[in-house]
Design a protein around this ligand. Structure first.
Ligand code: AMP
Length: 418
C-alpha cells in the first residue's frame, strides 16, 4: 500500500518551497515596516467561534468547515480563515485595553472543504493582517495600501484592486431589504431563492449567466449607504488617492464572510481564470461583539500565498531565492572527509552556505553533485593533498583550480566570495 497527499492538498518541495517562503516574506515586509506584530493562534478553534464570527449563512460555515468532535467531546474546527481566531485572541488577552490600534499579522495554513480546482485547495496558505480598536478611515487606507505594496514588491503587474463599501448595522439591513424585494421578483431556482432569504448579497456574486443577467439591474449598496458610511468611504478613498494607491470601484463586490462592514476590497489577477481573487479583506466592526467581546472595530485582509504563486507563474516572474549552496566539498577517502567536514563547518559558522559529498560516490559522481548543487566553488582533497597540508580549491565557473594551505582555506574562500 502506498499513500498520496489527500485530495485538494499538495506537497511543497524545493525549489518551489523556497519561492513560497519568499512570497510570504514579501507580504510580511510592508507590515513589519508599518508596526504590525506577528501573532500565532491555534490551527483549530471551537466550532462556535466560526459559526458566530464568520456567519451561519455563509458557504464557509455551512459547507466547507473541517469540524469534528474530539475524544474529550469538544466541538472544534480547523480554521477556515484567520480573522475570527485573531480577534478571539485579542479579546481574550484584553488587547483592547492597551495601546490602539492593535496591529497584528499572521501566516499559516487554512482549511476549507471545497471542490478542488486550479487555485482552490482544501489546505491553503495565507498571510493576513488585522488592525483593531480604531475605526479611522485612514487605517482602512493604510491596510489596503500595505496589501497593494506587497503585490508591487513581488513585481506583479496584472493585479487590480477592487473597492466597495457594504454599509453598517444601520444601513445594511435597509439595503438587504431592498435587495430581497428585488430578488424575490426574479425567476430563480429553488436553492437561489433560499439564498435570497438567508444571504441575499451572495446572490449578486452568482457567476451563472442566467442569474447574472437577472441581477444586472439589482439595487446597489452604494445607493443605500447612510451618511456616516458614505463619509467614511469618501475618507478612505481620499487617503488611498493621497497614498498613490490605484483601484477600481466595484459596487457589486460582496465577500464570502458575513462579518464585513463598510470598506471591502479584493485584489484580483487577470491570469488565473475562475479563481481570480489573490487576496481580500475589509472592515469588520461588529465581529468582536458577535463572538462575545466588547466593541472593538477592526479592518484587515488575507492574501492567498498559493494563488499569488500562480499569479507569479502566469506573469513569468522569477523571485530571487537564496542560493542553497556556495561551496561544495569533495573528499576522496575517509581521512579527507574528516578534514573537509571541519572546513564545511567553519564555512557555515562564517555564514557561507556549504555542503559536502556524502556517501562514497568517487570523484566523478561527487563533482557532478557539486555542479548540481549550484555552488561556485568546490573544495577537493585526497590523501596526497592531506600529506601536503593543502586542499584544491576549484572555481566551478571557470574550471581554474589551485592548492590552498589547509589553515588558510576558509579565509581564502571568504575573500573570494565577497
Ligand atoms: P477569503 O478568506 O475567502 O477572503 O480568502 C482570501 C484569499 O485566500 C483569497 O483571495 C485566496 O487568494 C485565498 N484562498 C481562499 N480560499 C482558498 C482556497 N480554497 N484555495 C486557495 N486559496 C484560497
Amino acid at each position: 500500500m502506498s499513500f498520496t497527499a489527500p485530495k485538494g492538498t499538495f506537497d511543497l518541495l524545493p525549489p518551489d518551497s523556497e519561492t513560497y517562503l519568499a512570497v510570504r516574506e514579501a507580504m510580511a515586509r510592508p507590515l513589519r515596516l508599518a508596526g504590525y506584530g506577528y501573532v500565532e493562534t491555534p490551527v483549530f478553534e471551537e466550532t462556535a467561534l466560526f459559526e458566530r464570527g464568520v456567519g451561519e449563512s455563509t458557504d464557509v460555515v455551512t459547507k466547507e468547515m473541517y469540524s469534528f468532535v474530539t475524544r474529550g467531546d469538544d466541538h472544534v474546527t480547523l480554521r477556515p480563515e484567520g480573522t475570527a481566531g485573531v480577534v478571539r485572541a485579542a479579546v481574550q488577552h484584553r488587547l483592547y485595553a492597551g495601546q490602539l490600534p492593535v496591529k497584528l499579522w499572521y501566516s499559516g495554513s487554512f482549511f476549507r472543504y471545497e471542490r478542488p480546482q486550479a487555485g482552490r485547495y482544501r489546505h491553503f496558505s495565507q498571510v493576513g493582517a488585522e488592525a483593531l480598536g480604531v475605526d479611522d478611515p485612514a487605517l482602512d487606507a493604510e491596510i489596503v495600501a500595505l496589501g497593494s505594496q506587497a503585490y508591487a514588491d513581488l513585481g506583479l503587474r496584472d493585479v487590480v484592486l477592487l473597492l466597495n463599501s457594504l454599509g453598517d448595522a444601520t444601513c445594511r439591513p435597509v439595503y438587504r431589504q431592498r435587495l430581497q424585494d428585488f430578488l424575490r421578483a426574479l425567476d430563480l431556482d429553488e436553492e437561489t431563492r433560499r439564498r435570497v432569504e438567508i444571504n441575499p448579497l451572495r446572490v449578486l456574486d452568482d457567476k451563472r449567466p442566467e442569474v447574472a443577467a437577472q441581477v444586472a439591474d439589482a439595487p446597489l449598496v452604494a445607493d443605500s449607504l447612510c451618511d456616516e458610511c458614505r463619509a467614511h468611504y469618501d475618507e478612505v478613498r481620499r487617503h488611498l488617492s493621497a497614498a498613490g494607491v490605484t483601484w477600481q470601484e466595484a459596487p457589486r463586490l460582496v465577500r464570502g464572510l458575513d462579518y464585513y462592514t463598510r470598506t471591502t476590497f479584493e485584489w484580483q489577477h487577470a491570469g488565473l481564470g475562475a479563481q481570480s481573487a489573490v487576496g481580500g479583506g475589509g472592515r469588520y466592526d461588529g465581529l468582536s461583539e458577535s463572538i462575545g467581546g466588547p466593541a472593538f472595530p477592526g479592518v484587515g485582509w488575507a492574501l492567498g500565498v498559493d494563488r499569488t504563486m500562480l499569479a507569479l507563474r502566469a506573469e513569468e516572474r522569477e523571485l530571487p531565492t537564496p542560493t542553497s549552496c556556495a561551496v561544495f566539498a569533495v573528499p576522496l577517502g575517509a581521512a579527507a572527509k574528516d578534514r573537509l567536514l571541519a572546513v564545511v563547518n567553519a564555512l557555515r559558522n562564517k555564514g557561507i552556505a556549504a555542503d559536502l559529498a556524502f556517501g562514497d560516490r568517487g570523484l566523478k559522481g561527487a563533482m557532478k553533485a557539486a555542479d548540481r548543487s549550484g555552488a561556485t566553488i568546490a573544495v577537493v582533497a585526497g590523501q596526497r593533498d592531506l600529506d601536503a597540508g593543502v586542499v584544491q580549491v576549484k572555481d566551478l565557473r571557470t574550471g581554474a583550480q589551485k592548492p590552498v594551505a589547509f589553515d588558510d582555506v576558509v579565509e581564502h574562500i571568504e575573500k573570494g566570495l565577497t
